[in-house]
Design a protein around this ligand. Structure first.
Ligand code: FES
Length: 123
């Protein structure tokens, strides 16, 4: 398990950029290092970040089948395998790909400005 980056309301005031709701998470090196996925916490909401080529995708980090952290699973290509029962999720969309996961995972917007990764959570 990776150390979790926690973003709080105080951080948000400091880091939110011009557009509503964008949270600055950190530089790509700070967030990922050599990893391809990472779990973070934005105001108590667990978010999984997944790197696919040059794109960063953000999903709720809680499997819709149970209580497992998706970012603790096996990540290959664009699929994350839940560490608890091995269901698959497409990190590019949050779409459930295989049983026992049947509900899609909420997807969040990301953007990179300079080298800084931003996430905007969906309602
Ligand atoms: Fe994720 Fe069951 S908790 S597949």
């Amino acid at each position: 398990m990776n150390a979790v980056i926690q973003i709080t309301s105080a951080d948000a005031r400091q880091y939110v950029c011009g557009d509503d709701g964008w949270f600055a998470i950190g530089s790509l090196d700070e967030v990922f290092g050599e990893r391809a996925c990472r779990g973070i916490d934005i105001e108590g909401v667990k978010i999984g970040l997944f790197r696919v080529d040059d794109e960063i995708h953000a999903l709720d980090d809680i499997c819709t089948h149970g209580a497992a952290l998706l970012s603790d699973g096996e990540f290959e290509g664009h699929e994350i395998e839940c560490p608890l029962h091995a269901g698959l999720v497409d990190v590019r969309t949050g779409r459930a790909l295989s049983a026992p996961i049947s509900r899609d995972t909420r997807y969040h917007e990301t953007k990179i400005e300079g080298d800084v990764l931003f996430v905007r959570m969906q309602a």
